[in-house]
Design a protein around this ligand. Structure first.
Ligand SMILES: C[S@@+](CC[C@H](N)C(=O)[O-])C[C@H]1O[C@@H](n2cnc3c(N)ncnc32)[C@H](O)[C@@H]1O
Length: 282
């Protein structure tokens, strides 16, 4: 990591400190606002997408645009979605090239087909940590439109998403994301590069959708099996998955004798295939 962090400045020259700068957005805790003040980190995050194989990028939560400005340098159509009216006004004033592409909406509630139709788009962001899990679940729901996803989460969340089986932090997010995406933990970012600084380290990851991302099992059932198994993660699968009306001839030493954190994504798919003929259809 470089030592001389450059201060954040939206093209108006250096300022004594972020807190003192006039006309900037006041950080609101309930919106998870921790503004990045280090240009090198912002540029590095901007470089985490490949910008190929799709025409559009959506940035979630641009705030004052510190990351946006690096995405705008790429040859790609950039849209941003921001819930905070004050940030939206700031972006409209400082980034005229975003005209018509700043969506003042809640990412979790907005229908993104209103922006991109049925076209493919990548997602990037320094995400609001208070809704990180919901962001990942929405991305999974829309996976057929999202070939690439990168950005910053609380370090533990980023690590959990990329974790492999056998670890204590391996869980629902790891299995569900890795069923459809290659997940890479890229680098750690310290609290000192934010204003206000969060209490914990942050981590940047990249998710690249697998070429064949349709599972060889009932996908709805796969989600249910994974979630149910991890709700009682200390039980063996034969106990935690009782509600699924399992086959009667389960052997002790089979996959069902294991705990969920021991199973790879592929084994969860196999498990779903075994359960599928017995599962009550919804
Ligand atoms: C951690 S800050 C990052 C801001 C900016 N990208 C940066 O790096 O300085 C998260 C941003 O997400 C925005 N945000 C929070 N909840 C949101 C939601 N549901 N939909 C869209 N934006 C949201 C906040 O207003 C804030 O600007």
């Amino acid at each position: 990591m470089k030592k001389n962090f450059r201060k954040y400045s939206p093209g108006k020259g250096q300022r004594p400190s972020h807190e003192e700068a006039e006309g900037e957005v006041r950080a609101k805790k309930h919106l998870g606002q921790h503004f990045l003040k280090d240009e090198d980190v912002a540029e590095k995050i901007g470089d985490t997408l490949s910008y190929s194989g799709y025409k559009h990028v959506l940035e979630i939560g641009p705030g004052m645009g510190v990351l946006t400005k690096y995405i705008l340098r790429k040859e790609i159509d950039v849209h941003v979605i921001e819930i905070d009216t004050e940030s939206v006004a700031y972006l409209q004033e400082h980034y005229p090239q975003l005209q018509g592409k700043v969506h003042e909406k809640d990412f979790l509630k907005h229908d993104l087909s209103e922006i991109f139709g049925q076209e493919q788009f990548a997602i990037i962001g320094n995400f609001p940590y208070n809704i990180s899990t919901q962001i990942v679940f929405k991305m999974l729901e829309l996976r057929q439109y999202i070939p690439e996803f990168s950005g910053m989460f609380q370090k533990e969340v980023a690590q959990r998403i990329c974790e492999k089986e056998g670890s204590k932090t391996y869980g629902i997010l790891s299995v569900l994301v890795q069923a459809f995406y290659e997940a890479e933990y890229l680098f750690t970012v310290p609290p000192s590069v934010f204003n206000p600084p969060p209490k914990v380290d942050s981590g940047v990851l990249r998710l690249s959708r697998k070429e064949d991302f349709s599972l060889p099992c009932n996908e709805k059932l796969f989600f249910r099996v994974v979630k149910t198994a991890f709700q009682q993660r200390r039980k063996t699968l034969r106990n935690s998955l009782k509600s699924f009306d399992l086959p009667e001839n389960i052997k002790e030493d089979s996959i069902f004798g294991q705990r969920p954190e021991q199973l790879s994504t592929t084994q969860f798919i196999e498990l779903t295939q075994i359960i599928e003929p017995h599962a009550v259809r919804d």
